[in-house]
Design a protein around this ligand. Structure first.
Ligand SMILES: [Zn+2]
Length: 264
């Protein structure tokens, strides 16, 4: 059976050796096997907003770092769950529950929900966890995880993603975080706000790729990097780029400080 976005959280919990109660997803066994003979100190989950599996392949040359990670690791096409909107789909990724189960449809829903994400369960199990995300999302997670950093989009999305990246590296190196989720938004923002031609997507993708490269270079400890997306492009004008495919990519790659693809 094909893997879905529900399977990411159960895979992370299984790698850390704890359970998600009543989960709807299952462990991606291939990732468990891939990690079995590696010493993994920390896991970084990167959600790249709004990139489906079809668009990922088309962006080929613009995502060279991501593809190097994929070549060194594993690549999956995951079925994305409706409604394919940022908040509920990130909710699905972080909980391993269907939207009907987690009921996180708007950012407001994330403030007082009794549903606990993989980050909170990890923290309860003694694994320091954190999130670097937009300001309101981070406020919702405050006091629920070990570190919740909010970033405001004050100087454009490229600057925003760059600051998220900087803070991700600090979270690992200064705060001893062992499970971190970050959200990079340049591609989705481009589709919504300024895309006029294909070149705008390749430009946005390159900025994301550059941030992922900086993360790989800056990591101080052996890390499993998981890169996925919340939904394929959902802006009608550009939906054709996804070829009627509702899958999102998932890359799982081990970055050892000495052997990171970018350090060769
Ligand atoms: Zn989104």
């Amino acid at each position: 059976m094909k893997y879905t976005q529900l399977d990411i959280a159960p895979t992370i919990s299984s790698l850390f050796g704890f359970e998600i109660p009543d989960k709807d997803g299952r462990e991606i066994k291939e990732i468990g096997a891939y990690c079995a003979n590696k010493s993994i100190d920390q896991i970084l989950l990167i959600v790249v907003d709004g990139i489906g599996a079809a668009l990922y392949k088309k962006l080929d040359g613009a995502l060279a770092q991501l593809q190097a990670l994929s070549d060194d690791g594993l690549f999956f096409e995951l079925h994305s769950l409706p409604p394919r909107i940022t908040t509920p789909n990130i909710g699905t990724i972080l909980t391993g529950y269907t939207p009907e189960h987690h009921l996180l449809y708007e950012v407001d829903d994330t403030f007082y929900t009794p549903v606990r994400s993989i980050l909170e369960i990890a923290s309860d199990n003694g694994i320091k966890s954190g999130i670097v995300i937009e300001l309101l999302g981070a406020k919702a997670m405050l006091n629920r995880v070990d570190l919740a950093i909010g970033v405001e989009n004050r100087h454009g999305i490229i600057d925003y993603d760059r600051r998220i990246t900087d803070l991700a590296l600090k979270a690992f190196s200064l705060e001893g975080i062992r499970l971190l989720m970050i959200h990079l938004r340049a591609i989705d923002n481009c589709a919504h706000h300024y895309a006029k031609a294909w070149d705008d997507f390749t430009f946005s993708a390159r900025t994301i790729d550059e941030n992922i490269k900086r993360i790989c270079r800056g990591l101080c400890r052996p890390t499993l990097i998981l890169v996925t997306s919340d939904h394929p492009i959902h802006v009608e004008k550009w939906a054709h780029l996804e070829d009627d495919n509702a899958d999102v990519p998932l890359i799982a790659s081990y970055v050892n400080v000495a052997t990171a693809p970018n350090k060769r």
